[in-house]
Design a binder for this molecule. Structure first.
Ligand code: SAH
Ligand code: SF4
Length: 354
């Protein structure tokens, strides 16, 4: 069955014409899909019933199947989707008081980068997502928001996977978010572990997308222990590429720093970070660690977080704590999936032993 979201406007027109319908039906269909954002063909009331039935019989509105959904006390929605080949991926919707509706989407099933504290890294790499699979995660949220009179305003490629390890699909998905869902480049963020050649290539795209780089340590020795990719692309090369990106895109960079108690939250580390980023047009997002099964670390306490941020300010480096959204529903990267896999495995074990 054809996934209707995969078709370009031209392909959609060809399909509709091949069914003997006039070309303007494709324009109407496009409007229902991407402007009015309905979730069923039945709602496309300006289309003749015959065409709606044919669409419902021969196409589908997306290829992601909802496997599980959790809604946190703060309103954060976390979804686990099943892909046609049974892979599981996560997508999150965060609602803020100022009308921002931000969707956090995945670019891969699993991840090959092996960052030690990350639930996705701990499960390893399964496969790349296609541009359409990346795009659809946001399109589904856009659809649900539209149904209650709200708009998806921001998208962050910060779910499972490393976007720059799946560069072409991630960038193609970003372009679709801009063109088809009308989300401005300035409202899209790509978060990368720091694959330097791809940061440089992305700068050449000339998009004003915000780039967030996961730093987590300010010396090569410490960073390589947390993020194996640092052995390949050390800090000096990474910071150079970030500086260039910021200059070329005209955007302020973001750096992510997951604070782990007693690991990367000392005053000395804050000072090393301050010195490293001094003069870089940037902002540091400090995120207390979300504990995972595969990593024995704790989030930093509030006073250590405050002191870390205070020291960065002395270096002229702005920093804020990113509030952990959806903490009661494991909304950290990869956590819902790893819990689901664990449950699947324990069910299999239970039945095999019983
Ligand atoms: N692969 C990309 C984007 C996905 S991870 C990247 O690494 O940037 C998104 C962010 O969540 C990264 O900054 C990552 O380091 C952080 N992260 C992963 N696991 C975490 C955890 N257990 N607690 C807090 N932050 C975590
Ligand atoms: Fe992959 Fe990002 Fe997790 Fe590292 S933090 S393992 S790059 S998803």
């Amino acid at each position: 069955m054809i996934d209707i979201y995969v078709l370009s406007r031209e392909a959609l027109t060809d399909l509709v014409k091949s069914w003997g319908e006039p070309g303007y039906r494709a324009d109407q269909l496009w409007d229902w899909l991407y402007n009015r954002r309905v979730a069923s063909f039945a709602e496309m009331t300006s289309l003749p019933k015959g065409l709606r039935d044919k669409l419902a019989a021969e196409t589908r509105l997306g290829s992601l199947e909802l496997e599980a959904e959790q809604i946190s006390r703060d309103g954060t929605v976390k979804r686990l989707y099943r892909l046609p080949d049974e892979q599981l991926i996560e997508a999150v919707l965060m609602e803020y008081d100022d009308d921002r509706r931000t969707s956090c989407i995945s670019t891969q099933a699993g991840c090959a980068m092996g960052c030690v504290f990350c639930a996705t890294g701990q499960m390893g790499f399964a496969r790349h997502l296609s541009a359409d699979e990346i795009f659809e995660q946001a399109a589904y949220f856009a659809r649900d928001l539209e149904a209650r009179g709200e708009r998806l305003s921001n998208v962050v490629l910060m779910g499972m996977g490393e976007p720059f390890h799946n560069y072409d699909a991630s960038v193609a998905a970003v372009r679709r978010l801009m063109n088809d869902l009308g989300i401005g480049a300035r409202h899209i963020t790509i978060s990368t572990v720091g694959i330097v050649p791809m940061i440089r290539r992305f700068a050449d795209e000339g998009l004003q997308v915000k780039l967030a780089v996961s730093l987590h340590a300010a010396t090569d020795r410490e960073r390589s222990a947390l993020l194996p990719v640092n052995r390949r692309y050390p800090l000096n090369e990474l910071i150079d590429a970030c500086r260039d990106y910021s200059e070329r895109s005209g955007r302020r960079m973001s750096f992510e720093w997951t604070l782990i108690q007693g690991q990367n939250d000392t005053p000395a580390q804050a000072r090393t970070l301050g010195a490293l980023l001094k003069g870089v047009h940037c902002h540091v997002n400090v995120i207390p660690l979300n504990p995972t099964r595969g990593y024995d670390g704790d989030p930093s306490t509030t006073d250590r977080i405050t002191s870390f941020i205070g020291i960065l300010k002395e270096y002229g480096v702005p920093a804020t704590v990113r509030i952990r959204r959806g903490i009661d529903i494991d909304a950290g990267c990869g956590q819902l999936k790893s819990e689901a896999l664990r449950r699947r495995r324990s069910t299999v074990e239970d039945t095999s032993s019983g």
